[in-house]
Design a protein around this ligand. Structure first.
Ligand code: ADP
Ligand code: MG
Length: 232
């Protein structure tokens, strides 16, 4: 069969509205925002603090509902899905990385990466070998038995990235993943993310304040007046 190029975005945000009511006033964070994320493409989301980056990522990751608009994952509209169906999509198709690693402190690096696969129902032996492979790939092969507190900031973030991609998601969303790291470590973590995009063709959206890193990505967008705009 002939190979056909992927023509449907991995994630498509259509006319997304999100408002917060603060006392008497209504704060419009997103006012009809549109954004398509494509397989194998890294996109930087660069916008000032408070402009709605986290809100946009949470909506794209099905962690939050928009007030209006539709989130399509692989061409499927998600607004009519049940919570269980949304959870299932989050587990299989979406990886999320936060500014702080949010690893479980009582578990080793290996166990932290195994957990999402176990929850998904994979066999334990399979999750062990897969998790080792991913950690090894991210340069953490000799850290698998360490607990988060026994890892450096950069290592913690790389474990968090390994956990996010453990179920081979179609999209990886990262909310200022290098925001707490020194420039050298940030660069290392950033390289790990870029390596994954090239190797797995995952679609990636990274919120960042770091323009230098943003310029090394495939595309840059921002949020202005509640809309997603393309930069350069
Ligand atoms: P960013 O990630 O770009 O810093 P956020 O998406 O976190 O921006 O927030 C965008 C705006 O929405 C901010 O002004 C913030 O104060 C407001 N906001 C976020 N969450 C809430 C909430 N639960 N209630 C009211 N306002 C909120
Ligand atoms: Mg934020």
């Amino acid at each position: 069969m002939e190979e056909v190029a992927e023509e449907v975005p991995v994630v498509y945000l259509h006319d997304i509205k999100r408002q917060y009511v603060q006392g008497e006033s209504v704060l419009t964070i997103l006012g009809g925002a549109k954004l398509a994320l494509w397989a194998g493409q890294s996109v930087a989301l660069v916008a000032p603090s408070g402009s709605g980056k986290s809100t946009l990522l949470h909506i794209a990751g099905l962690l939050e509902h928009p007030d209006e608009g539709e989130v399509y994952i692989g061409g499927t509209a998600t607004s009519g899905l049940s919570d269980a169906e949304r959870t299932q999509i989050r587990r299989t198709d979406i990886g999320f990385v936060y500014q702080s690693h949010r690893l479980l402190p009582e578990f080793s690096a290996l166990e932290n990466v195994m957990l999402p696969q176990m929850i998904r129902g994979l066999k334990r032996s399979e999750t062990v070998s897969r998790s080792k492979e991913i950690l090894d790939y991210l340069g953490l092969g000799d850290r698998i038995t360490h607990r988060p507190a026994e890892l450096s900031g950069g290592e913690q973030q790389r474990v968090a990235i390994a956990r996010a991609v453990a179920n081979a998601p179609r999209v990886l969303l990262a909310d200022e993943p290098t925001g707490n790291l020194d420039p050298h470590t940030a660069d290392h973590v950033f390289q790990a993310l870029m390596q994954l995009v090239r190797a797995t063709q995952v679609a990636m959206l990274i919120a960042t304040h770091n323009m230098e890193l943003a310029h090394r990505m495939d595309r840059r967008v921002s949020i202005q007046d509640g809309q997603v705009i393309e930069l350069d």
